[in-house]
Design a protein around this ligand. Structure first.
Ligand code: ADP
Length: 157
């Protein structure tokens, strides 16, 4: 991705994940993150995503479409270390969300490792209670049984 042209006061956060699929829980973290940051780069980690290139492109395109009218949100995929990609796009912050104690322990460890590898600040938001049980894996499972999952997927902004 081309580095975002900014002055160095611009607060750019990278929101990395597999987003398979991007849920209302993820969208809520982005909209709350926009209160804190000037720009957010939603970044699909290719290693984490483990998908065919065409599926990855479709996933990027679908998230871009959601934010087509929000110029402060960008969408990309990356296959490098998250901290390296953050540096590439000029992000000084990593944005993540937590739903549970299990997420907390994982996010704490990731924030610690990423903090040792870089000077990135991890900013972790608590999820809203109504989204606490929503995960991409549950949505995928429901989809595999043909359940209508539209209430778990965000609408275009
Ligand atoms: P990863 O594969 O890196 O865990 P995910 O795509 O599952 O990535 O999630 C990206 C980020 O969004 C993670 O920080 C995760 O904890 C957070 N997240 C996932 N679902 C929700 C939700 N329902 N509410 C708030 N945060 C969430």
């Amino acid at each position: 991705m081309t580095p975002i042209s900014t002055n160095n006061k611009t607060r750019i956060a990278l929101f990395p994940g597999s987003f398979n699929p991007f849920t209302v829980g993820h969208a809520d973290i982005v909209s709350r993150g926009l209160e804190l940051f000037d720009k957010i780069v939603i970044a699909i980690g290719i290693n984490a995503a483990k998908v065919a290139p065409a599926d990855l492109e479709a996933r990027v395109a679908a998230i871009k479409e959601l934010y087509a009218s929000e110029p402060r949100v960008m969408v990309a995929s990356y296959s490098t270390l998250t901290v390296d990609f953050a540096r590439e796009v000029g992000a000084r912050f990593l944005l993540r969300g937590i739903r549970s104690v299990k997420d907390f322990e994982y996010e704490r460890d990731m924030a610690s490792v990423n903090g040792q590898l870089s000077d990135l600040e991890s900013v972790v938001l608590f999820c809203r209670p109504e989204y606490g049980a929503i995960s991409s894996s549950v949505v995928r499972e429901l989809m595999s049984y043909g359940v209508d999952v539209s209430s778990f997927l965000p609408k275009k902004q």
